[in-house]
Design a protein around this ligand. Structure first.
Ligand SMILES: *Cc1c(COP(=O)(O)O)cnc(C)c1O
Length: 227
């Protein structure tokens, strides 16, 4: 049963939070529904999930239209191409994947035009993998310094995607590093940055122990995706 699956993941999140002295209510689960058909998203919503994440804008907008009646909270978590920014304003509760100052400026501009301020997280490529989007850690503070002046993009924290490692303990330093970068930005720039979006199906417990406020869960909820 989907609801049993969901309950067991929620329980694992709650336990990881308590282990590290955190309030389980401070960790939210984002159901990642890329490739998942709308009917299954309906089931997930019926089981109590409220926040859904997509990494392709067209796929996200299509599902939003089909599921309008449910008033779900949608998040964008993928690399956003510059020519797709125009589809963004007013559609997503949170964009997790602002991966350059240029993109932040474009999102601000599009959202300014429609007067729809956008909450967003800055994606950091903590591990420095060439295949990953995100700012290099050393570029974060200068980027935030400029981006925080943009009125229509509201930066609320950081996001990262660590390299895949069979043992989730191997990526603990990546999650810890993201938290440290946030703490550094907090003290140097006096920005609040409450959110850390980190942890996916196979490493979310470690991410929660390191301070995640959003875990992004796909396969653990919906099963493997088609290749
Ligand atoms: C697909 C995806 C996830 C979910 O991955 P799972 O391993 O299936 O939980 C999380 N974050 C991002 C950015 C993704 O693209």
């Amino acid at each position: 049963m989907f609801s049993d699956q969901l309950a067991s993941i929620r329980e694992r999140i709650d336990r990881a939070a308590r282990r590290s002295g955190r309030d389980p209510a401070s960790v939210r689960m984002l159901a990642v529904t890329k490739t998942v058909p709308p009917e299954r998203i309906r089931e997930a919503a019926a089981a109590g999930l409220t926040a859904f994440g997509e990494n392709r804008i067209q796929e996200a907008l299509g599902k939003m239209d089909l599921l309008q009646d449910l008033s779900l909270e949608w998040h964008f978590i993928g690399h956003l191409q510059k020519n797709k920014v125009k589809y963004l304003p007013g559609r997503f509760a949170l964009v997790h994947s602002i991966d350059s100052l240029e993109l932040a400026a474009l999102v601000h501009k599009a959202c300014f035009k429609r007067d729809r301020p956008q909450a967003a997280l800055v994606q950091v490529n903590v591990s420095g993998e060439a295949s990953k989007f995100g700012l290099p850690p050393e570029a974060l503070i200068p980027m935030l310094k400029t981006a925080r002046e943009l009125t229509h993009i509201r930066l609320e924290g950081l996001m990262t995607i660590p390299p895949f490692a069979p043992d989730p303990e191997a990526v603990r330093p990546c999650f810890a590093r993201l938290r440290e970068l946030r703490d550094q930005a907090r003290s140097e720039l006096k920005m609040d940055l409450p959110h850390l979006s980190m942890g996916m199906s196979h490493d979310f417990e470690v991410a929660v122990e390191e301070g995640a406020t959003w875990v992004r869960i796909g396969t653990a909820l919906f099963g493997p995706r088609p290749e």
